[in-house]
Design a protein around this ligand. Structure first.
Ligand SMILES: Cc1cc2nc3c(=O)[nH]c(=O)nc-3n(C[C@H](O)[C@H](O)[C@H](O)COP(=O)(O)OP(=O)(O)OC[C@H]3O[C@@H](n4cnc5c(N)ncnc54)[C@H](O)[C@@H]3O)c2cc1C
Length: 547
C-alpha cells in the first residue's frame, strides 16, 4: 500500500472540491486532491449550463433569501441560506480573477463559454488554477473509506482504478466534495459516477445526513431523435402562454398545466414534476411520458419567447431535432437536496471532516431554486477550504494504526476471491437503479416504499457474491455496495415523512402539514445500523440579515 500525507485532503474535483482546494492552498497549507476521474471532468459542474442565481444589490439580498426559502418549502437551514445570499456576489465576481468570463444580468450571472455545456469551461479553469497554485492532484483515485476513529477523521483510503494500487492518504483535515446521487436512477442527467459515495463515506464514519428524501427531477425529452438537452423546465416556462392551456399534453390530448395552476405563476420545478407525474399515473392509460406539443408552435416563436441569448441559441440547436411535432417528455433525476449535515463552517459531526457542494444537505430544503447550486459550490467550497486549512494549521498529522484500513481491505480482498456464485457488480448496480426508478419516483406511497426496501434487501444479499476481475470492477463493486445502502437510507427517510412537500409527494399523504412537518429528517449510524431522528427546523424565527 502506497502512503501519502498532506495537510488538507480534498475528495472530488467538481466545482466545490476545486474551489475548496484553491482556497486551502491560498491559506498556505499543503493540499492533495483526489478524483475518481480526470480533475474537472465527469462531474456535474462540467455538465452544467453555467447559470448562477445571485443578487447584486443589497436590497435584493432579502428577495434572494426569500425565494430560496419559498422554493425549499421552508425546510432550508436558514443560517446557510443567509451565507449563500450574502456571499454569492463576491464569490461569483472572484471567478473573473481566475480567468472566467461572466455575463452579469439583473438577478443572475451566466458563464460565457465557447461551447456548451458552459460548466466544462468553468471546471477546466478551476482545475488549472488549483494545479498552478501547487495543489497536488491524483486522478483516477477512488476514495472508498475514511480513516476515522472516535468521530475524528485522519484521511482516506483510495483505489487507483487504472493500476489497482491502494493509497493510504493521511491528512490533518479532509473535505468531501463528491457531488450528489441522482445517478441512483436509470434516467438521470448526471455524468456516470455521481452515485453518492461521499454520503456513505461520511455516514460510515459517524457524520449525520439530512433530508435524503428530497430529490429534484426535471422534465426531459426522451426521444432519441431529439438533440440531448439536459433541462427542459425553462422551455416549458418560456412557452407556457404561447398556446392556450400550455404546451404539455397527456395521452388523451388534454393540456394540463392549467389544472395544476401552473399557467399564472412562475413554475417551480417540483410543482411541474408533480403535475407531469400525476398525469402519467392518472390520465395516461399506461404511457409513461407526456408530450411537448409543437403543432401550434414554431421554433421561431419559441425562440422569441426565450429571455436570454443562450436560450435562443439552444432553441435554434434544438429545432434541428424537431422532426416530430409531439415530443415525449418524462422526468429525469437531476439534483439531490439532501446529504451530509454541515454547519456554517462546513464542519460535519466528525472532527476534521468537512463537506461542500451537492454532497451536503440543508441549503435547499425540499426543492432547489434554479441557479443556486453553482452559487453554492463557490460560496461553500471556499468556506470549506478556508476552515479545513485553519483546522489543519492547528492539528498534527495522525498516522492511524492500520486496524481500520486492514478491516476495509479484507472486505475488498473478498471481492477478488473466487466465489461459487459469480455476480458481476454491474448487475447489482443495474438492479438497484431499476428498483429506485420504479419505487422511489417523485410520487410515493407507503406500500411502494416498503416494496422498495424489500427489493433492496434482496439485492443486498447478492453483494457477498460479487466477483471482480479488474480494479475498475473492484471500484464498481464498492460503488454498488454504497448505492444499495444509500437507496435504503433514502427510502427510510421517505417513509418517515408522512406528508407531501417540495419534491417529495406522498399519494397517501397528499397535503403539506406545516404544523407537524416543519422538521428535518436526520440519519446517522449507531452500532452499525441507521438511526432516524426528526429535528425541528428553526426557520420560523429567522430573518435574513446583511452580514
Ligand atoms: C445537466 C446539468 C445542468 C446543470 N446546470 C446548472 C446550472 O446552470 N446552474 C446551477 O446552479 N446548477 C446547475 N446544475 C447543478 C450543478 O451543476 C451541481 O449541483 C454542482 O455542479 C455540483 O458540484 P459539486 O462540486 O458538488 O459536485 P460535482 O461537480 O458533481 O463533482 C463531484 C466530484 O466528485 C468526484 N467523486 C465522486 N465520488 C468520488 C469518490 N468516491 N472518490 C473520488 N472522487 C469522487 C467526481 O468524480 C467529481 O469530480 C446542473 C446539473 C446538471 C447535471
Amino acid at each position: 500500500m502506497n502512503h501519502l500525507s498532506t495537510d488538507v485532503l480534498i475528495i472530488g474535483s467538481g466545482g466545490a472540491g476545486l474551489r475548496a482546494a484553491i482556497e486551502a492552498r491560498q491559506q498556505g497549507v499543503d493540499v492533495l486532491l483526489i478524483s475518481k476521474d480526470k480533475a474537472g471532468y465527469s462531474c456535474c459542474t462540467a455538465a452544467s449550463m453555467g447559470s448562477f442565481r445571485v443578487s447584486w444589490e443589497d436590497n435584493n439580498i432579502e428577495e434572494h433569501f426569500q425565494e430560496t426559502l419559498d422554493a425549499g418549502r421552508y425546510l432550508n437551514n436558514a443560517n446557510l441560506v443567509n451565507i449563500l445570499v450574502n456571499e454569492a456576489g463576491p464569490a461569483i465576481r472572484e471567478l473573473e480573477k481566475f480567468g472566467v468570463y461572466l455575463r452579469i444580468e439583473k438577478e443572475k450571472a451566466s458563464l460565457v463559454a465557447p461551447k456548451q455545456p458552459a460548466g466544462a469551461t468553468l471546471a477546466r479553469i478551476l482545475a488549472n488554477q488549483a494545479k498552478n497554485l501547487g495543489v497536488e492532484v491524483v486522478e483516477k483515485a477512488y476514495a472508498f473509506n475514511l480513516l476515522a476513529e472516535d468521530r475524528k477523521c485522519h484521511g482516506a483510503l483510495a483505489l487507483k482504478s487504472d493500476t489497482g494500487e491502494i493509497i493510504k492518504i493521511s491528512a490533518k483535515a479532509t473535505v468531501l466534495a463528491t457531488g450528489g446521487f441522482a445517478g441512483l436512477y436509470l434516467r438521470n442527467d448526471n455524468p456516470s459516477g455521481i452515485t453518492g459515495d461521499g454520503i456513505i463515506l461520511a455516514f460510515q464514519s459517524g457524520a449525520e445526513l439530512q433530508d435524503l428524501e428530497f430529490i429534484q427531477f426535471l422534465p426531459k425529452f426522451i426521444d432519441a431523435g431529439v438533440p440531448r438537452v439536459p433541462i427542459l423546465d425553462w422551455l416549458i416556462e418560456a412557452t407556457k402562454n404561447l398556446v392556450p392551456g400550455g404546451p404539455l399534453i397527456n395521452k388523451k390530448g388534454e393540456r394540463f398545466l392549467g389544472k395544476y395552476n401552473l399557467l399564472s405563476q412562475n413554475i417551480l420545478r417540483d410543482s411541474l414534476i408533480v403535475a407531469i407525474e400525476k398525469e402519467i399515473s392518472e390520465e395516461n392509460e399506461g404511457e409513461d411520458f407526456v408530450r411537448y406539443d409543437l403543432r401550434e408552435l414554431s421554433p421561431a416563436e419559441i425562440e422569441k419567447a426565450c429571455d436570454s441569448e443562450f436560450q435562443k441559441r439552444l432553441v435554434r440547436y434544438l429545432s434541428k431535432g424537431f422532426s416530430s411535432k409531439l415530443l415525449p417528455v418524462a422526468s429525469s433525476a437531476h439534483y439531490t437536496m439532501g446529504g451530509i449535515k454541515i454547519n456554517e463552517k462546513c464542519e460535519t459531526a466528525v472532527r476534521g471532516l468537512y463537506a461542500a457542494g451537492e454532497v451536503t444537505g440543508g441549503i435547499h430544503g425540499a426543492n432547489r431554486l434554479g441557479g443556486n447550486a453553482l452559487t453554492e459550490i463557490l460560496v461553500f467550497g471556499k468556506i470549506a477550504g478556508r476552515e479545513a486549512a485553519e483546522y489543519a494549521k492547528n492539528s498534527s498529522l495522525k498516522i492511524t494504526n492500520d486496524k481500520n484500513s486492514e478491516a476495509t481491505l479484507m472486505i475488498i480482498r473478498e471481492f477478488i476471491n473466487n466465489r461459487k456464485e459469480k455476480i458481476p457488480s454491474s448487475r447489482v448496480k443495474r438492479d438497484t437503479k431499476i428498483i429506485v426508478s420504479k419505487f422511489l419516483k417523485p410520487l410515493r406511497s407507503e406500500e411502494r416504499l416498503l416494496s422498495a426496501l424489500e427489493e433492496l434487501r434482496k439485492i443486498e444479499e447478492q453483494i457477498p457474491h460479487i466477483f471482480v476481475k479488474s480494479s475498475k470492477e473492484l471500484q464498481e463493486a464498492i460503488e454498488s455496495k454504497f448505492m444499495v445502502l444509500l437507496a435504503k437510507l433514502v427510502v427510510m427517510s421517505a417513509l418517515v415523512r408522512k406528508e407531501s412537500r417540495g419534491s417529495h409527494f406522498r399519494t397517501d399523504y397528499p397535503q403539506r402539514y406545516d404544523k407537524n412537518w416543519l422538521k428535518n429528517i436526520v440519519i446517522k449510524e449507531k452500532n452499525g445500523t441507521p438511526q432516524v431522528s426528526i429535528e425541528k427546523n428553526l426557520l420560523r424565527t429567522f430573518r435574513a440579515q446583511k452580514s
